[in-house]
Design a protein around this ligand. Structure first.
Ligand SMILES: [Fe+2]
Ligand SMILES: [Fe+2]
Length: 165
């Protein structure tokens, strides 16, 4: 495996772990706001990001490439509103999509077919991730200042995947 590709994939391992860290911090904030549905769902999202990191990590190991972890940045602890929080999450996912696209491009230009195939899963996954967060942002926008609406959304999120807790 070319060092150029393995280094770029290493950076993505860190980014997925950073996403885990960010979603966990968001989940802590929602829990403090007494919105346990969102909190649990974000915890499940955080756990999912960890599986993404391991997917790439294992690929590097399988191909005898070096894996070295970088450091994590401190994620924001507070948000102005559930909407602001989900908007930040969506922006983060868009950034990740950009990185995945760049990695895919690199794998192709370096002729690394194995990395290309591995990354295909991530290309599809990012479509799903952006869709999920976009929907949530739109629903929160629709709910606006309605506390009742927010509680309905919170319950809905809890039903979607509370097992992350
Ligand atoms: Fe991810
Ligand atoms: Fe994600």
């Amino acid at each position: 495996m070319k060092e150029k590709v393995s280094k770029a994939l290493n950076a993505q391992v860190d980014r997925e772990l950073q996403a885990e860290h960010i979603y966990l911090a968001m989940s802590l904030w929602f829990e403090r706001e007494a919105l346990s549905g969102f909190a649990g769902w974000l915890r499940a999202q955080a756990a999912e990001e960890r599986t993404h990191a391991f997917r790439i990590l294992r690929h590097l190991e399988d191909r005898n490439a070096r894996v070295e972890l970088g450091g994590l940045d401190k994620p924001p602890a507070d948000y102005d509103s559930p909407l602001a929080c989900m908007q930040a999450a969506l922006e983060h996912e868009k950034k990740v999509t950009g990185h995945i696209d760049d990695l895919y491009e690199l794998a192709r230009s370096e002729g690394d077919h194995a990395a290309e195939v591995m990354l295909q899963w991530f290309v599809t996954e990012q479509v799903e991730e952006e869709k999920t967060f976009t929907q949530l942002v739109e629903q929160l926008q629709r709910v606006g200042e309605s506390a009742a609406g927010l509680l309905v959304l919170d319950r809905q999120q809890g039903e979607r995947g509370g097992e992350g807790r």
